[in-house]
Design a protein around this ligand. Structure first.
Ligand code: AMP
Length: 281
């Protein structure tokens, strides 16, 4: 079976109605396109849990702030479709904006506490847009399972909470971060980095590993966070938005217990924000 391309909500509805009638279990991989190996790893991870895999490609306007890169965000649909042809995906859903947000659309989901800090504080409205579009994509694709990368760790926590609170009935699962050789998490936005910036970016993960070792050696959390921020600035990052150790479920500050703690970090090089995170156990 070749890759089915659904460019409208109506095309998708025909396909998923048939699959549901056949009793197929549907997995969804939501993306904004500019696909890389990290996205493909999500397809590989969800495929064994489902009968049919749908990848959605949609640069969602409601999750971008007014001064963010919505217009510039890379759109590479032809290359994405080529890449998907040799994966375990059965269908791709690349809707028009009006398939998600038709005339008169007037409802947004507002996630709670777990969405308020970190990326939520940095990007007001971002998680409301993410929660709304993912809920709609789940409903439109009739997904039984939806998979998200742990790279966007807070996004995964928010979506788990939303699915639970709104009784979506869809299982939300996470997949490990796929990285370059030097540890840089693959990201569609890495293409904004110059060669020099790319070298600096590649050290972010090593700095988190140093923090993890410091915690293992008994350094208090706050001290380890501060040392990590200082060394990132010394390395050449232009700004550190946060390096913070949290409870991985609630994202509240972690008590000094490395067994139940996760470090979240965002550092900038120019206007590019690089996200990483790591379990501390
Ligand atoms: P995006 O297209 O950036 O919105 O990402 C779509 C999905 O791919 C999200 O669930 C991301 O967390 C996930 N993802 C992005 N980069 C990676 C990566 N390097 N490893 C694993 N998953 C990723």
């Amino acid at each position: 079976m070749g890759l089915v391309v659904c460019k409208t909500r109506a095309d998708l509805a025909d396909l998923t109605a048939r699959w549901c009638a056949e009793g197929q279990r549907i997995g969804l991989v939501p993306t904004m396109g500019a696909l890389h190996a990290g996205h493909i790893s999500l397809i590989d991870a969800v495929a064994p849990k489902t009968d049919r895999v749908i990848v959605s490609i949609f640069v969602n306007p409601t999750q971008f702030g007014p001064n963010e890169d919505f217009e510039e965000y890379p759109r590479t649909l032809d290359a994405d479709l080529d890449a998907l042809a040799s994966t375990k995906a059965h269908a791709v859903y690349c809707p028009r904006v009006t398939d998600l947000y038709p005339d008169g659309f007037d409802t947004l989901i507002q996630p709670g506490r777990v969405s308020e800090q970190f990326e939520g504080a940095e990007r007001p409205g971002h998680f409301s847009g993410v929660a709304t579009v993912v809920t709609k994509l789940i409903r439109q694709t009739r997904a039984d399972v939806a998979i998200f990368g742990e790279k966007d760790f807070q996004q995964l926590a928010v979506l788990r909470q939303v699915a639970r609170d709104l009784d979506l009935g869809t299982e939300i699962i996470g997949a490990p971060i796929l990285r370059e050789k030097d540890g840089l998490a693959l990201s569609s936005r890495n293409r904004y980095l110059s060669v020099e910036e790319r070298k600096v970016a590649g050290t972010l993960n090593a700095h988190l590993r140093v923090l993890k070792e410091a915690i293992a050696a008994g350094t208090p959390f706050a001290e380890a966070e501060d040392r990590c921020k200082t060394s990132l600035l010394r390395e050449g990052f232009s700004r550190v938005d946060y390096v913070t150790i949290v409870d991985p479920r609630t994202l509240e500050p972690a008590q000094e217990d490395a067994d139940a703690a996760h470090v979240l970090a965002v550092a900038r090089i120019g206007s590019v924000r690089l996200l990483d995170n790591m379990r501390l156990k």
